[in-house]
Design a protein around this ligand. Structure first.
Ligand code: CU
Length: 259
């Protein structure tokens, strides 16, 4: 029991690092990146992870070493109190400040590529978050949103063209949500009363998760969807299929009776 606490504290960096090393092998690491700009985001993440990881390990090892060396039972010398050191305080203020400033400058390009330079495109889908679903509105054949021929879907499936810059318009009907596409490394807060945009280019076809990343009420956990990236021709076929489906449903609605 003598060295119990120092050993226990040593386990923190060991298990902490082991978790990160093992995570990719147990498939609890990042999902596959299928976007054009995702690599920039991942590189930035890894850079910050290494930086903070090294600081974490060094701090934890120092803590362990102090606990081990100054164990109260093996050290009989009385404790000496210090009233601080100006030099030390300046060092531990400037070092983190300089590091944070460096990260702030270093990340600017990644942020700009993802959020600051929208392509000159019209939104091809409007995404609406509501408790607890993602609704999608596509422009119909006239290519204009908010017209008679819009296609509105509430089944949580979003269809987009692959290998093309895509612009989305994102709104909320009720509370704060966050439109998160993990495989595209994209996340956008959705604020009621505001209109947000999101743009990206997917490099691979397939179906990927859509999640809500903002606790938005009791059903937050089930506010999920899927985004499907299709080649241009299949995407257009899908739009046409959804349009016909919508027309059929509208035709089947009972006629309003005149009084
Ligand atoms: Cu939500």
């Amino acid at each position: 029991m003598r060295r119990f606490w120092s050993i226990l504290f040593l386990l923190v960096p060991i298990l902490g690092v082991a978790t990160f090393v093992a995570a990719p092998y147990y498939n609890i690491w990042f999902p596959k990146d299928v976007s054009e700009h995702g690599r920039t985001i991942d590189n930035l993440f890894m850079f910050i992870l290494w930086l903070t990881g090294i600081v974490f390990v060094v701090t934890e090892l120092t803590l362990f070493w102090f606990m081990w060396k100054y164990d109260e039972r093996s050290t009989k010398r009385p404790v000496k109190f210090s009233h601080g050191s100006h030099a030390l305080e300046i060092v531990w203020t400037i070092l983190p400040a300089a590091t944070l400033l460096f990260i702030a400058i270093y990340q600017m390009e990644a942020w700009a590529s993802a959020k600051m330079l929208p392509p000159d495109l019209k939104p091809i889908v409007e995404v609406t978050g509501r408790q607890f679903n993602w609704d999608f509105r596509y422009p119909g054949p006239d290519q204009e949103l908010y017209t008679e021929d819009d296609i509105v879907r509430t089944d949580g499936k979003l269809y987009l063209p692959v290998n093309e810059d895509v612009m989305l318009r994102i709104t909320s009907l009720d509370v704060l949500h966050s439109f998160f596409l993990p495989n595209l490394r994209m996340k956008q807060d959705v604020v009621p009363g505001m209109e947000q945009s999101m743009w990206f280019k997917a490099k691979e076809t397939g179906g990927y998760d859509i999640v809500c990343a903002e606790l938005c009420g009791w059903g937050h956990y089930k506010m999920k969807g899927r985004v499907y990236f299709l080649p241009r021709d299949q995407y257009e076929l899908k739009l046409e299929e959804m349009r016909l489906e919508q027309n059929t449903m509208r035709a089947e609605l009972p006629e309003e009776e005149d009084e």
